[in-house]
Design a protein around this ligand. Structure first.
Ligand code: SIN
Length: 301
């Protein structure tokens, strides 16, 4: 730890509940995300021997996360990680799409320095807000951690970027990690430069299998300006209602790439002899969508 003391940690802020404010601090559930600037979030958290550099990359509720914010974040992250005097980076982010951003950054960047994403479930002005503690833990994790890659530091736990999943909508510790998540070998990963240069992101839609899934939503969208990709969150081991499967096979014939995931929270999809459509292994449906987006970008190179 002493060897790292003279190095700098960069904090890239994107908004979220950690930067949220409630109009009435006694009713913290009524708040607006992305209100407090990064300098204020760090008030009182600077530790001895720790040099901090901050940037406000965005100030949004992460439900509104966009490809352009992803590109800005990736550009700033790549920039800072390439500096010799930077020990690592902390990213503040809303919890709602954090797992998508974490998967995106980890897959594209393959960072050799620690990157800790952190967040909060209570706004900054709530009594006992969890934000300052999580941010402090994230800074400490980057300071002492020499292992590489993106991790999520929240509620006293550390989750690997490829494993993390928001599995509770309101408790202080909303994340769990699932085992067996590996980026599918068949899906290509574009370079950082290629992602940053991408102006026209592919469209990948997400559809669920469910009782009465007749595939009409797929057929309706496959006319005109059709998506280039579909991820289907199948039932159980990625199984599909035969009408939905028929619609997706037709979409595939029209040139769309289709990937099956599972709507189950854990386990993903395991191969079976009778498989018709490709699957994304242990990836969740939202991770599969990120993986397919990246694959389509890589294919367009
Ligand atoms: C958000 O994702 O920006 C809002 C919710 C949260 O941070 O917990």
């Amino acid at each position: 730890m002493n060897a790292n003391k003279s190095k700098k940690i960069v904090v890239l802020a994107t908004g979220g509940t950690i930067a949220g404010l409630a109009a009435d601090a006694a009713k913290p559930q009524n708040y607006t995300a992305g209100q407090v600037g990064v300098a204020d979030l760090l008030q009182g958290l600077a530790a001895e021997g720790l040099e901090l550099q901050t940037e406000q990359v965005a100030q949004i509720d992460s439900k509104d996360m966009s490809f352009s914010v992803w590109q800005s974040l990736l550009a700033r992250l790549a920039h800072w990680l390439a500096q010799d005097d930077v020990q690592g980076v902390v990213i503040t982010h809303g919890t709602d799409t954090l797992e998508e951003t974490a998967y995106f950054l980890q897959t594209v960047l393959r960072s050799s320095k620690p990157v800790a994403m952190t967040c909060a479930m209570l706004p900054a002005n709530a009594p006992n807000s969890d934000g300052p503690g999580n941010l402090k833990d994230a800074l400490a994790w980057v300071q002492v951690n020499s292992s590489c890659g993106v991790a999520v530091v929240c509620a006293g736990q550390v989750h690997a970027a490829h494993a993390v999943q928001k599995s509770h909508s309101h408790q202080r510790n909303p994340f769990t990690s699932q085992a067996g998540v590996v980026h599918p070998a068949a899906l290509r990963v574009p370079s950082v430069a290629h992602v940053l240069a991408c102006k026209d992101w592919p469209r990948v839609e997400l559809v669920f299998n469910h009782v009465g899934a007749d595939g009409r939503v797929v057929r309706a969208l496959m006319t005109g300006d059709a998506p280039q990709g579909w991820v289907v969150a199948g039932t159980g081991n990625g199984t599909l209602h035969h009408d939905l499967e028929a619609a997706l096979l037709d979409a595939q014939k029209q040139g769309a790439q289709v990937l099956r995931a599972s709507r189950c929270a854990q386990g993903g999809v395991q191969s079976r002899d009778a498989d018709v459509l490709p699957h994304a292994g242990g990836l969740t449906a939202v991770q599969s969508r990120v993986a397919l987006l990246l694959h389509l970008i890589a294919q367009s190179a």
